[in-house]
Ligand binder design. Structure first.
Ligand code: DOR
Ligand code: ZN
Length: 336
């Protein structure tokens, strides 16, 4: 049994820089038509020059693969309208991190005072630049995302025309918020559709499944699965594939991030198949919805998968993928 996906998109992707970019960029570029590239480099991607130069380095690293890097900028509350107008055509969105909440987010935002943000968010709203948000407070780790929902609500109410993307949602609370506000959207990763906290820490600790936000409860995963499998129009696939060197994961002080880029499509095909969900829904979740939400027309590219066992490699250039050494049930058989 085979299935063909048109222009699959990864609407939340970490490609890193330097040697790591060289090592892993092709893992995404060979399966996807494009990806929304996260700006949390050290230092972050925060100027027009940074965006243009980083995009060039990505294009260099992907070589002859057809892949569009959709660039983002690291949010700063001091961005003014003139600056945003000048950068609008170079980016697809602006990524907001609460300060210190995850990898390389030290330069993020310290407070969510609507009045302090009014200038920048009004300008983004008028210029139609989406705001992509890592939505976690610094509360108890299992409650951080649910606590952040009230901040999403405040922002969505104060800026009703601003497109706000709740990135990599992991809770039922975030799923429920989607339908309460016209301007709230979300991305969902493949790992949060597959695992719960039990897979991370319920038995032997698995550092390769440790990420931010941490995987939650079965009922949260069920809520995420429901909207992904029905291809809720405000939800798109974003892997949050976040490579770290093996030593940084298999160590005391394990870095957060799950590396899924090379197996994301295979796992999505397996999940939709096992749930008996229609292929059209997978197509919408992995491409159509993202195209509509962001108003983009991706590079034409088809990826054909079939139901045949694939043994996940132990590492890709020193980065350990999710399910390393395990067998999954779908393989990529051709690309066009
Ligand atoms: O687990 C994560 N890893 N979550 C993030 O938000 C960032 C990412 C990374 O950059 O490693
Ligand atoms: Zn991320």
């Amino acid at each position: 049994m085979s299935l063909t996906l048109n222009a699959p998109l990864d609407m939340h992707l970490h490609l890193r820089d330097g040697q790591m970019l060289e090592n892993i960029a092709k893992c995404s570029a060979s399966s996807f038509s494009g990806g929304l590239i996260m700006p949390n480099l050290v230092p972050p991607v925060s100027t027009k020059e940074d965006v243009i130069a980083y995009k060039q380095r990505i294009i260099q690293a992907i070589g002859d693969e057809e892949f569009e890097p959709y660039m983002t900028l690291f949010f700063d509350p001091s961005f003014d309208r003139e600056f945003l107008e000048s950068i609008k055509s170079d980016i697809i969105g602006i990524k907001l991190y609460p300060a210190g909440i995850t990898t390389n987010s030290e330069g993020g935002l310290s407070g969510f005072d609507v009045e302090e943000l009014r200038g920048v968010l009004t300008a983004m709203s008028e210029l139609d630049i989406p705001l992509c948000v890592h939505g976690e407070t610094n509360g108890f780790v299992m409650d951080r995302e649910a606590e952040f929902v009230s901040i999403y609500e405040r922002l969505a109410t104060a800026f009703p025309k601003l497109k706000i993307i709740m990135e990599h949602i992991t809770t039922k609370a975030s799923v429920d918020a989607l339908d309460r506000f016209e301007n709230l959207y979300a991305t969902i990763t493949i790992h949060h559709l597959l695992i719960t906290l039990d897979d991370v820490a319920g038995g032997m600790l698995n550092p390769h499944l440790f990420c931010k936000p941490i995987a939650k409860r079965p009922e949260d995963r069920d809520a995420l699965r429901k909207v992904a499998l029905e291809a809720h129009p405000k939800v798109s696939f974003g892997s949050d594939s976040a490579p770290h060197p093996r030593e940084a994961k298999e160590s005391c002080g394990c870095a957060a991030g799950v590396f899924t880029a090379p197996i994301a499509l295979q796992l999505l095909a397996q999940l939709f198949d096992e749930a008996d969900a229609p292929i059209e829904n997978l197509q919408a979740f992995v491409s159509g919805n993202g195209q509509k939400i962001y108003g983009i027309s991706p590079i034409p590219k088809t990826i054909t998968l079939e139901k045949s066992p694939f043994v996940v490699p132990n590492d890709y250039n020193g980065v350990v993928p999710m399910y390393a050494g395990e067998t999954i049930s779908y393989s990529i058989i051709s690309k066009d």
